[in-house]
Ligand binder design. Structure first.
Ligand SMILES: *Cc1c(COP(=O)(O)O)cnc(C)c1O
Length: 332
């Protein structure tokens, strides 16, 4: 099976497993796991933040991040297809009393011309107040689209002008960095709080981080424990994340090349595929997924007529070529 459903399906490499088995560990609730501390410091550095906190999922990292910058009963602005509003099961409302309003952009981008008119100032006890803007980089459901450093800076400028906080869902920020050659920090636009995943294309088995100021991360640590997600000798997992961060970032460009091969097979202009996700319109996505599965290619349907193919560490160039041929035949 060539599994293109998601970049979350990777299995740790032998070298990563070795690093994990040898990790130095301690009780992280006591702040005594050296490998977790090393990972947190390294990620904070890459994102230009004071501190970071290791979390079990990107959804938890986003939940802690949004809670940190959006007070109860105020609102977060985000794009209509953003993971925070579509794929986290209402977490921000359910856990933190956060409301959301969305703008729509065909490529999922945070275009300040769309965002600026939505900002709701504090007018007392009449209307909800906007507290923060969330940007997803790369944007998952829009097809792995990248927001450039310039676009991120323009959102930062808007937030500064309006007194708002900025959140970045950087589950695939590493892909944006590989695609543009820009430093990860620059691709966050200097956001107040950033979530990143190690368990997507980087290939770690588990783990995400939330990064921000020391104060934000200290508060997130309290909430992580309160939600029952503190962990003990997690260094064995963190070691997989460190390995992924140090050895699998540069190779993400290969995934992007493989995605362009698949795009061609789907009749999608490869030039529009910026990273590792191909979103293709098809007449009946569920039927196509079924036919592909019977031929050894697992794909995803993200809508009734939307096929999604995602490349990652466990898809070789040969796999991508084989899958592209099968996809082209099934769509013909
Ligand atoms: C995968 C993903 C997350 C986090 O997902 P988890 O499965 O909770 O780790 C967050 N944002 C985006 C854009 C994602 O693609």
């Amino acid at each position: 099976m060539i599994d293109l459903r998601s970049d979350t399906v990777t299995r740790p490499t032998d070298e990563m497993r070795l690093a994990m088995s040898r990790a130095d560990v301690g009780d992280d609730v006591y702040g005594e796991d050296p490998t977790v501390a090393e990972l947190e410091e390294e990620v904070a550095g890459l994102l230009g933040q004071e501190a970071a906190l290791y979390c079990v999922t990107g959804s938890l990292a986003n939940a802690l991040a949004v809670r940190a910058v959006v007070p109860v009963g105020t609102e977060l602005l985000c794009e209509a297809q953003a993971h925070v509003v579509r794929a986290e099961l209402g977490a921000h409302a359910a856990l933190a009393g956060v409301t959301t309003r969305t703008w729509s952009h065909p490529r999922g981008l945070a275009d300040v011309d769309l965002v600026a008119p939505m900002v709701a100032p504090d007018v007392g006890p009449y209307f909800v107040r906007t507290a923060a803007v969330s940007v997803e980089n790369t944007h998952n459901f829009a097809g792995g689209t990248v927001q450039t450093p310039e676009q991120m800076a323009s959102v930062r400028a808007l937030c500064d002008a309006e007194g708002l906080a900025m959140h970045v869902d950087g589950a695939r920020l590493w892909n944006a960095a590989a695609a543009t050659g820009a430093h990860p920090q620059v691709l966050t636009g200097g956001a107040d709080v950033v979530a990143v995943c190690l368990s997507k294309g980087l290939g770690a088995p588990v783990g995400s981080l939330v990064a921000g100021s020391r104060e934000t991360v200290d508060a997130a640590r309290v909430w992580r424990k309160r939600l029952g997600a503190g962990w003990r000798q997690a260094g064995m997992l963190a070691a997989g994340g460190l390995w992924a961060l140090r050895h699998h970032r540069e190779r993400l460009v290969d995934d992007h090349a493989h995605a362009r091969l698949l795009a061609e097979a789907c009749g999608v202009d490869p030039a529009t595929v910026e990273t590792n996700i191909v979103v293709a319109p098809v007449p009946d996505a569920a039927a196509v997924v079924g036919r592909l599965a019977s031929r050894g290619v697992r794909a995803g349907a993200t809508g009734p007529s939307t096929l999604r193919l995602v490349t990652h560490l466990d898809v070789s160039e040969q796999d991508a070529r084989d899958a592209a041929r099968i996809v082209a035949e099934e769509l013909a």
